[in-house]
Design a protein around this ligand. Sequence first.
Ligand SMILES: Cc1ncc(C[n+]2csc(CCOP(=O)(O)OP(=O)(O)O)c2C)c(N)n1
Ligand SMILES: [Mg+2]
Length: 278
Amino acid sequence: MNKIDFEIFKLAAECRNFEINVFNAVKNKKITIPVYLSAGQEYIPATLAYLIKKELKINPYIFPQHRCHSIYISFGGNKLKLVKELLGLKGGCSYTKGGSASIHSEEIKMIGHDGHMGTQVPIGVGSCFTSKKPTIVFMGDAAAEEDYVLSSLGWASTKKLPILFIVEDNNLSILTEKKIRRNWNMHDVAKSFKMKGYEINDNPKEISKFKKYFFKEPMLLNIKTNRLFWHSGAGQDNPDIFDRLNFEMKRIGNKSFKENILIKNYIDKLWQRQLEKL
Ligand SMILES: Cc1ncc(C[n+]2csc(CCOP(=O)(O)OP(=O)(O)O)c2C)c(N)n1
Ligand SMILES: [Mg+2]
């Protein structure tokens, strides 16, 4: 078994087990704030975090959108502080004022989202223009349609910034599919702005192919993925949707199943201890 596959799997499993706990806490009304679950999409941040932090040894500035728990966890955010943030307990990562959509962490240079879809793109580009430091900006496939996102891509390209744009393309804007909203693609838009642009799947092997370009020049990866649960809250739209984590766990085999149980027990206990404080 490939070590890289296994390391990425472990990160993704950590994210999934965390999100299952959030799901249950929402269902049991222990969490009452709006919550945006990233389950199903965790292979994108898990793969990127592995490639960027472990392989390239870079700690980039991170500009997420609202669906960001897995981004925070994959890039090394403190899980206990995120549990506290979501439960409204003192000591949350965003000073217990951000909630699910605005996860913020100076420790991992992650800048909390303001709730307006896509604003993280001009803000991230502006920050990168000033710092000239490696910067990763995440956006949803719907946020990518905002005018201020498109103009920011143009500026990043013109100034050749060390920036990586990741479109987490779950094909949905809440419940509206992409084909109803537009007849164009984000990787084509990136290319028209004279930067590298590709459309790929959330398969670690596909994502890895582009590592050589990370932060050397502006690039946009439109990565197709699947949202497992409702846009907001705890429920399921489509139980048959493709689940990358499950697929990879089966592909990697026995060792991954066992590791998943260990990770699950650890994260369940972490949540249990904080739930007891409510
Ligand atoms: C400027 C703006 N318009 C509308 C909304 C309401 N809204 C919140 S999330 C969302 C859909 C976001 O879809 P996408 O960017 O693809 O992210 P996803 O939820 O799929 O991860 C909408 C329309 C908003 N928050 N901000
Ligand atoms: Mg979407």
